[in-house]
Design a protein around this ligand. Structure first.
Ligand SMILES: [Zn+2]
Length: 235
């Protein structure tokens, strides 16, 4: 029984609740593979083989210290099955094909693409300080990076539509180059040659910031603009 263990919710990011409430060490205790973001949306995190890396707003990749504060993340213990080898095609086409092979849109699963990419476009964000702006505002200040002919790993999760607001519906992928000199939240990609692996997950476990008074006091009952902001920021 391997579930995706999630720290925080997308709603927290949308509603400017950006205090770190767990650490990189906590994330790695819940699994060796995953994605996330630091407190104040401090860059993009990618967890691979039990190590947590941050791609910061300058595009620099570094392994984070154990006490690195985290506001949002998805983690699981990797046990992937190789589904297929893919040659030249668009990332979106590949993901559509992969979803068809999985055969359902109603389960959580993790995706791992390893190999050669013709092109990868990523983004990262600058750490915000209190009082925190909303994710919509942060998204406007994001930095986009492009890389051609890069070898690396794309890893992330598929979330069923029902869980929008808890997570990001559909695919949410982060990238790390083998050279550890490029990465971030994946916006676009073109495949040269990759091995595509999938791991079906049994469900979702969500850890909330129980001791955070801002979270306790926030009015989180208005769900009307969640979908709009998530689609604008995460696509
Ligand atoms: Zn992301």
């Amino acid at each position: 029984m391997v579930k995706v263990h999630q720290f925080g919710t997308m709603q927290m990011l949308v509603e400017s609740l950006l205090d770190g409430f767990v650490t990189a060490k906590d994330m790695l205790a819940a699994g060796n593979t995953g994605i996330g973001t630091g407190a104040g949306v401090d860059g993009e995190l990618i967890l691979l083989d039990g190590k947590a890396y941050q791609v910061n707003v300058d595009g620099k990749v570094q392994e984070v210290p154990a006490d690195f504060p985290v506001v949002f993340g998805d983690v699981h213990e990797a046990d992937y099955q190789v589904v297929d080898q893919y040659g030249k095609r668009d990332l979106k086409t590949l993901l559509k094909n992969l979803l068809a092979k999985v055969g359902t849109k109603n389960l959580f699963f993790s995706v791992k693409l390893s190999g050669n990419f013709q092109y990868v476009q990523t983004r990262s964000a600058k750490k915000s300080e209190k009082p925190y702006p909303g994710l919509g505002e942060i998204a406007k200040n994001q930095v986009v990076f492009d890389q051609k002919d890069v070898k690396g790993t794309m890893v992330g999760y598929y979330t069923p539509s029902l869980y929008e607001g808890v997570g990001v519906p559909g695919f949410h992928l982060h990238f790390l180059s083998d050279e550890k000199d490029f990465g971030g939240h994946v916006l676009e990609g073109k495949i040269e040659s990759v091995a595509a692996s999938v791991q079906i997950l049994d469900g979702l476990s969500v850890q909330l910031p129980v001791a955070n008074t801002d979270y306790q006091k926030a009015n989180l009952n208005d769900l009307s603009h969640l979908s709009k902001v998530i689609h604008a920021a995460e696509s």
